[in-house]
Design a protein around this ligand. Sequence first.
Ligand SMILES: [Zn+2]
Length: 311
Amino acid sequence: MPPYEAAYGWLNSQSAQAPRSQSDSIEVLPVQGNVHLIAGAGGNIAVQIGDDGVLLVDSGAAEMSAQVLSAIRRLSDRPIRYVLNTHLHADHIGGNAAIAAAGASLGAARALQGAEITAHENVLLRLSKPGATPLPYAALPTATYFTDEKDFSFNAEAVVLMHAPAAHTDGDTMVFFRSSDVISTGDLFVTTAFPVIDAENGGTLQGIVTALNQVLKIAVPRQNQEGGTVIVPGHGRLCDEHEVLEYRDMLVIIRDRIRDLVGRGASLDEVKRARPTLDYDARYGAETGPSTTAAFVEAVYRELSKSRASN
Ligand SMILES: [Zn+2]
């Protein structure tokens, strides 16, 4: 099963994923500078290491925590200090409790309580709402922010958390490692599928496009549009700025096609039959699984119909 499907299984079922087979192993790769990637444990995990300790962007799926911890130990024997959460989906924060418990925060008062778990406040608000899928208390963010940005220095590097409003969800955080020149996007950018627009949790296509534009503003290519800033997607392989540009352009093209159809009064079925994603389906399309082309088109259709009605 492609990692993306495995990671998103829960979106449909809200239940535990089937256990992964022993042959599914996780991969550890250098990204650039102080940053490494742990892949295959659910969503991508970016790991920044140095003398101050270990900082993670996301914690993977719960059942992969033991493998994630051993992968971290292969990179560094320093304490795990921070777990940053890009958003609330279980394939990205499922390891929060186990991995934070293995660490120790820098704050003296919290020294015995494990690593700090940091997220945008909308993540905590949604996770602690009555009726939300219950998470152990130890998995919840221990520090939140509500501003556009939050930054701090760790391992002699500026780490910048950027809120991407109403993108994949309404609590999305992108993380920019300024000296390493690496941006971790969470699921508002993936290389494996059309984006999931989690409208129930406040996601919108417009927010995804806005966030991708922000990545493009920050990223700087090396010569010939290759290399330079490295982008770590929520799922899939490492990218450069140009690949983000192509993904952004694709989303804008598909959005404009659907907007045109909506403007002419097309129904959802008519929009689907017009196949507005056709030229991208070979690369990103899926007919089954939780991140289908149909779900993507439907989410865009609903968003554009709503904004048309309110204009
Ligand atoms: Zn997600």
